[in-house]
Design a protein around this ligand. Structure first.
Ligand code: NAG
Ligand code: NAG
Ligand code: NAG
Ligand code: NAG
Ligand code: NAG
Ligand code: NAG
Ligand code: NAG
Ligand code: NAG
Ligand code: NAG
Ligand code: NAG
Ligand code: NAG
Ligand code: NAG
Length: 729
């Protein structure tokens, strides 16, 4: 047998050598650019890129996701870098598990693709606090994203940390690695004016700081028309072929860093549906108008696990992308874009070397052509008429152009692709309930207590700002007080105003009501009739945030939490005004503090048997159960449509917040299925814990598997049979 082992070692070495050689080949030398495109290895390139954010999936998913992107004709994977995950405390770093940025970039490299690293480190991205670690808020004198010494110190410190990490692993293209592009800041122009001269000087500083890090690859600033040389200004949006004012120098290429494949979704709203035709039309238009890099944001959105999503943003992220939340193909989007990419690649040499020109073919029709001295000719024939076919003459031939479409002619004669002619069949999700939790015997519950003023240790004689008090260690902050009822007050009404997201009110430990705001308003108010006891009364109010804000100027000085608490009486002159009063505070829930969602902490509280009659629809109950993993490898999700609002843990890991009771204008929850990554599961005895805030029925929870209908089409292939990744082309 020894010869066999030796032989296997030899084969193994050969394979490793091949892989190494291939990786080494994809990009050597510094990346530069000219007015046409990025220049890699001395070659101009038209690049299609897809955003996949490593912490929004799991390391087990990275390889298949990247493989599907590659199979879809994507050459670059773009990701943000998530500062708050990597530096939870100043100077303490975490690059483990889902945060393993180096592993993610190496996976991209192993599959022969390039990477675009958007360091930010402000990223927005519907991510908690726009990616800033919350400790940054407490740095004395700090003003985020401005020409402010403390901010610049930490921004430079983290940016340098990431660049050095990439360099130490040899991951820049200039070192033979896959990273061809980096980003500093993010859509800064949206807020720049608020900072006056300090905004303008900050942009100059940020660009200089980044360039001085000597990565050997270009930097971009997206949505920053005045990006200082040599940083490239890029476009974000859905229609950059129409909206982009172009690079701010004739020596910079036209790049589109975010082509939104859908849009982020917030609780209370429906998903944004963008058609494959519309995506293809605007991508083709951008290429026709000299564009040379398009990044789909998101190609795969994934999941906002834990409490990582920003204010009101749902747990599923860009489920409508070419790869859905679970990494399954969303058809026809994925297949139609794949065909577009193939059509563009068919003629990229002429696109990159030819002379561009454009002319009218009719009132709403244009031609964009690229012609080479050697005879190469590429044409894009555009019909902007939304409703009617157009018959046009182009180079002595007659063409019927479909409504709102672009035809691609790689030889100026034959149409090989039309953006409105979708040849890929749509697919459908098939959801199967594999496990029911419909027996009272499999559940146990723990009722969270309502703290009163006497139970709290943190006191203040005013209403405290919520984020500064919780330090974002919890969504929840209890505001409590007690008072002597000593005025005549008929039909008392508790009236509160909040600048957080949800409020629950309790008088003398009895629930009196709750209310919430939404993504499009700043705050909300709540009024509830109450009954007061003679003498001493206790008020306990729970303020809830569903994620921190992620955008806007002066993020460090936002206010959240209650800003007014009063009791109104029918007697107009009588009023209790508690806005300035002796308040007691408790940060978070007891179950959170004890981490009772972890196996090892279960025994720190007393769980009781679950009974539907007593428990259903009650607020603030923790539920727990155990289950076995469903067979097969289809993705798994918890169907929480019978629940209200809360958070779910599987084997101690949070799969995110849920909020089913907040309905869209069509009367439906925004999200009922919550992804449980296979890698979070064991074969058996998986611990499921939920904290329910509004009230729901756990007996109707199911564990479902998700698949999509198979396709009877050329794009029908199994990912298990993917060919060994080839060098990118
Ligand atoms: C890449 O650029 C760096 C500095 O910008 C330079 O030192 C290095 O020689 C360049 N490498 C190549 C291969 O041109
Ligand atoms: C970042 O700051 C820490 C102190 O918080 C310091 O130890 C470290 O050297 C700094 N790193 C850089 C690259 O400036
Ligand atoms: C494309 O580039 C050419 C040459 O630089 C320029 O003349 C033309 O206006 C550009 N087209 C568009 C749509 O920007
Ligand atoms: C490129 O387009 C030509 C038609 O101009 C076609 O014959 C050829 O098959 C295409 N190649 C690819 C790879 O799509
Ligand atoms: C050709 O492109 C230029 C640059 O974008 C534009 O200003 C002009 O209107 C276009 N001409 C036609 C006929 O579409
Ligand atoms: C446009 O032309 C195609 C054939 O090229 C035809 O199938 C279609 O019905 C026409 N559509 C309209 C709106 O006239
Ligand atoms: C179109 O036809 C005219 C007249 O027959 C001819 O002069 C011209 O070269 C033709 N153009 C092309 C692109 O074939
Ligand atoms: C934040 O809380 C700290 C105490 O933890 C307090 O000293 C500080 O003034 C508060 N800042 C703001 C802006 O409320
Ligand atoms: C009545 O109660 C309020 C609120 O508890 C308190 O501020 C006030 O001193 C009380 N007045 C009297 C006369 O007890
Ligand atoms: C958001 O709240 C405001 C004020 O209560 C309301 O007018 C609006 O309809 C709400 N929007 C959504 C999408 O729920
Ligand atoms: C309640 O007190 C706050 C703070 O002292 C004050 O701003 C507010 O106007 C008062 N409300 C009423 C109704 O008097
Ligand atoms: C729970 O509340 C819902 C909606 O308010 C109601 O339809 C349902 O009957 C309640 N369930 C129980 C067991 O009380």
């Amino acid at each position: 047998m020894e010869w066999l082992q030796r032989w296997m070692v030899v084969v193994h070495c050969l394979v490793v050598l091949l892989i190494l050689t291939e990786n080494w080949v994809i990009a050597t030398g510094n990346v530069t650019y000219d007015g046409r495109s990025l220049i890699i290895d001395g070659q101009r390139r038209i690049l299609f890129s897809g955003s996949i954010h490593y912490p929004r999936s799991t390391p087990q998913m990275w390889s298949p996701l990247i493989a599907k992107a590659k199979e879809g004709g994507v050459n670059v994977i773009q990701t943000y870098v998530f500062w708050n995950l990597h530096e939870p405390k100043p100077g303490q770093y975490d690059f483990s598990g889902r945060y393993d940025l180096v592993k993610f970039i190496k996976e991209i490299q192993a599959q022969g693709l390039y990477a675009c690293l958007r360091i930010g480190p402000f990223i927005e991205s519907e991510w908690n606090y726009g990616g800033f670690p919350f400790w940054l808020h407490d740095v004395p004198g700090i003003i985020f994203r401005s020409d402010n010494e403390p901010f610049k110190f930490y921004m430079q410190n983290f940016t340098t940390k990431i660049v050095n990490l990439m360099k130490s692993e040899g991951l820049y293209a200039s070192q033979g690695g896959p990273i061809i592009l980096s980003q500093i800041e993010n859509e800064y122009q949206n807020v720049e004016a608020a900072f006056g001269e300090k905004g303008r000087s900050y942009v100059r500083w940020a660009a200089k700081m980044a360039v001085e890090l000597q990565t050997g690859v270009p930097w971009v600033m997206c949505k920053q028309t005045d990006a200082p040389d040599p940083v490239i200004n890029t476009c974000n949006g859905m229609r950059c072929g129409e909206t982009f004012g172009g690079p701010n120098s004739p020596n910079k290429p036209s790049l589109w860093t975010e082509d939104w494949t859908s849009f982020y979704q917030v609780y209370g709203e429906e998903p944004y549906l963008r058609s494959a035709e519309d995506l293809a039309f605007h991508a083709a238009l951008f290429i026709a108008r000299n564009g040379s890099y398009i990044n789909y944001y998101m190609y795969h959105g994934g999941t906002n696990f834990g409490r990582t999503s920003s204010a009101y943003v749902i747990t599923g992220y860009y489920d409508q992308g070419p790869l859905d939340e679970y990494g399954l193909l969303r058809q026809p989007k994925w297949g139609h874009l794949k065909q577009l990419h193939a059509a563009i690649k068919n003629c990229s040499k002429t696109l990159l070397e030819g002379v561009p020109s454009n002319f009218s073919l009719g009132q709403l029709q244009q031609a964009y052509t690229f012609t080479e001295a050697g005879g190469g000719c590429v044409a894009f024939l555009i019909n902007n008429d939304q409703r009617k076919n157009a018959t046009v003459q182009f180079q002595n031939q007659s063409f019927v152009l479909l409504p709102k479409s672009i035809s691609i002619l790689p030889d100026c004669q034959n149409v090989i692709f039309n953006t409105a002619k979708v040849k890929t069949k749509p697919n459908k999700r098939i959801i199967k309930a594999k496990l029911k939790f419909d027996s009272e015997d499999i559940w146990e519950e723990f009722k969270e207590a309502t703290p009163n003023f006497d139970d709290t240790s943190l006191k203040s004689n005013r209403l405290l700002e919520q984020m500064n008090t919780t330090k974002d260690e919890s969504d929840y902050l209890w505001y409590t007080l007690r008072f002597q009822h000593n005025i005549s007050c008929t039909e008392p009404v508790l009236a509160v105003k909040s600048l957080a997201h949800v409020a629950h009110a309790f008088i003398n430990s009895k629930f009196v009501g709750n209310a919430h705001g939404n993504h499009s308003v700043k705050g909300f108010s709540m009024e509830n009739p109450i009954t007061l006891d003679e003498g001493m009364n206790n008020i306990s109010l729970l303020s809830v945030m569903v994620g921190l804000p992620d955008s806007g100027a002066f993020l460090e000085s936002r206010y959240a939490g209650f800003n007014s608490v009063e009791i109104h009486c029918t007697e107009k002159e009588n009023l209790y005004n508690f806005t300035k009063y002796a308040w007691g505070y408790q940060v978070g829930l007891l179950g959170e503090k004890l981490q009772i969602y972890k196996e090892e902490n279960l025994a720190t509280v007393e769980w009781s048997k679950f009974k539907l009659g007593d428990s259903s629809n009650q607020t603030f109950i923790w539920y727990k159960s155990v289950f076995d993993e469903p067979g097969g490898d289809d993705p798994v999700a918890l169907n929480l449509s019978s629940m209200g609002k809360g958070e779910t843990w599987i084997n101690g890991q949070s799969i995110g917040r849920y909020w089913v009771s907040f309905h869209t204008p069509k009367g439906k929850p925004s999200q009922t299925l919550y992804h449980v990554p296979r890698s979070f599961l064991k074969k058996s005895e998986n611990l499921l814990v939920l904290v329910e805030e509004i009230g729901g029925n756990p007996l109707q929870i199911t564990l479902d598997t998700i698949r999509v209908t198979s396709l009877q089409h050329e794009d029908d292939f199994s990912f298990h049979q993917l060919p060994v990744p080839q060098q990118s082309t």
